[in-house]
Design a protein around this ligand. Structure first.
Ligand code: ADP
Length: 260
């Protein structure tokens, strides 16, 4: 395990997990969970053993996006067995709590719950564990970034100014705790019409690319706002799984290649 030998290694590593990558966003609703799941599938397609931890305590959406309805089992020594779906080992805070009760969690509780999910889950042998972070850059996120031995973070933004400002805060947060940032992904980058394939730059275009350049972090790619991404996510069969030969799967796989 090269992570434990690296000077960046800080907190205790998670046994069997070679690398942990955070997927973060400055605010909710920008497509962080959709992107985290499709990136996890893209990493799987590269031949890696991949886990996905949905740590979005404010609105865990991975159960919906993967169609998982069952509750996880416990091992004899009381560890949680992640649920296997699409070749991923998946754990979500949504398996343990109701979505409504998620809203009232306070920062320290969030951090300790997530630490527990990392440590008390029988992840098995993973090349990479993708963590779908809670949106925002508050105390909970900061503690998490500090307490989890992260190899790096990916920041999801839309092209809108407001989302970009939040993305900037996210970058500052990871830099503050010395977590390398792989780069920024622009989601809902432009509207791609499912009928004619034509493109409309609804929110303006290129905002995240410029912002990445300005901030000195790589720009990892742009993902269009497309009906098939929404439909496949919301039906529980994410686009990389259900349309592996399509153009969207290719985008996620290309980004997975750069963060592997
Ligand atoms: P977040 O995790 O940032 O709150 P989600 O991943 O839950 O956001 O996405 C919010 C909504 O937007 C979902 O209905 C999802 O299907 C949709 N969505 C996300 N990315 C795209 C995209 N590139 N094209 C179309 N719909 C998208």
């Amino acid at each position: 395990n090269s992570a434990s030998a690296s000077p960046m290694a800080r907190q205790a590593d998670i046994p069997g997990v070679a690398a942990i990558i955070a997927v973060a966003s400055g605010k909710g609703g920008v497509g962080k969970s959709t992107t985290a799941l499709n990136l996890a599938l893209g990493l799987r397609d590269l031949g890696l053993r991949v886990g996905l931890l949905d740590a979005d305590i404010y609105g865990p959406s991975i159960p919906r996006l993967t169609g998982i309805r069952e509750k996880p089992q416990l091992t004899d020594d009381k560890k949680i067995v992640p649920i296997g779906r699409f070749g991923l080992a998946i754990m979500s805070v949504g398996f343990l709590i109701e979505e409504e009760s998620a809203m009232i969690w306070r920062g320290p509780m969030v951090a300790s719950a997530i630490r527990q999910m990392l440590r008390d889950v029988a992840w098995g042998q993973l090349d990479v564990l993708v963590v779908d972070m809670p949106p925002g850059t508050g105390d909970a996120q900061l503690t998490l970034a500090q307490n989890v031995p992260l190899k790096g973070a990916v920041i999801i933004s839309t092209p809108q100014d407001l989302s970009l400002i939040d993305a900037r805060r996210g970058l500052a947060m990871f830099r503050k705790v010395n977590v390398p940032v792989f780069g920024i992904i622009e989601n809902m980058s432009f509207f791609q019409c499912p009928h004619c394939g034509g493109r409309s730059d609804i929110f303006g275009h290129g905002g995240a690319r410029h912002e990445a350049e300005r901030l000195g972090v790589p720009f990892l790619g742009e993902i269009p706002l497309h009906m098939s991404i929404r439909e496949t996510s919301d039906s529980g069969y994410p686009v990389v799984e259900s349309q592996p030969e399509g153009p969207h799967a290719a985008i996620y796989r290309a980004i997975a290649e750069t963060i592997r």
